[in-house]
Design a binder for this molecule. Structure first.
Ligand SMILES: C[S@@+](CC[C@H](N)C(=O)[O-])C[C@H]1O[C@@H](n2cnc3c(N)ncnc32)[C@H](O)[C@@H]1O
Length: 166
């Protein structure tokens, strides 16, 4: 995780405002249990905690996690998702956020991890080395209610609600 540690040490990816779509989403839902995967410096974990959510913030960069201000509502977990060092709890979360991180084999556990009626929020680049496959992303939530889907400037944002019955 050295490259990411270095980037965070240099101040990259820090001090950013939370994504507008997530601000709207967080304000529209009752506070519950959230999982912020590849949380970085914690802009979304912090937003959610301020709104009363209990958050599990996972990242492989210790430097990123150290930048998240201590908060009783945020549990920081140092884990490499690519090495499956963090196991998602099936139906364990009212909200899973995976924002600007793409790993195709996380889709399945994320879909399972969201509680019925809960929400999955994803954003990823669609071009370049670590690009997400938009078709895979769309297909994964085909049976869910799409709340937000924007594809602009090489980035897709997709927020979907799991049907209560699944
Ligand atoms: C572009 S940043 C996004 C951070 C945050 N989600 C946000 O929107 O501000 C990508 C994040 O993915 C993390 N990351 C990269 N590879 C990872 C891995 N294998 N496991 C866990 N986190 C990883 C990096 O440390 C970094 O914090």
């Amino acid at each position: 995780m050295m490259p990411w540690d270095e980037r965070f040490r240099k101040g990259e990816h820090t001090g950013r405002a939370p994504a507008e779509a997530l601000v709207k989403l967080a304000q529209s839902m009752p506070a519950g249990r959230a999982l912020d995967l590849a949380c970085g410096a914690g802009r979304h974990s912090t937003l959610l905690a301020r709104l009363g959510w209990d958050v599990i913030a996972v990242d492989a960069s210790a430097v990123a996690l150290s930048l998240i201000a201590p908060n009783d509502r945020i549990r920081k977990v140092l884990a490499d998702l690519a090495k499956r060092e963090f196991a998602m709890e099936p139906r364990g979360y009212d909200l899973i956020v995976c924002w600007h991180y793409w790993q195709a084999d996380l889709i399945e556990p994320m879909l399972l991890g969201v509680r019925p009626g809960g929400v999955l929020a994803m954003a990823a680049r669609v071009r370049g080395r670590f690009a997400a496959e938009v078709e895979v992303m769309d297909a994964s939530v085909a049976m869910w209610q799409i709340q937000h889907r924007v594809l602009t400037e090489g980035v897709i944002e997709l927020i979907a609600r799991k049907p209560p019955a699944i």
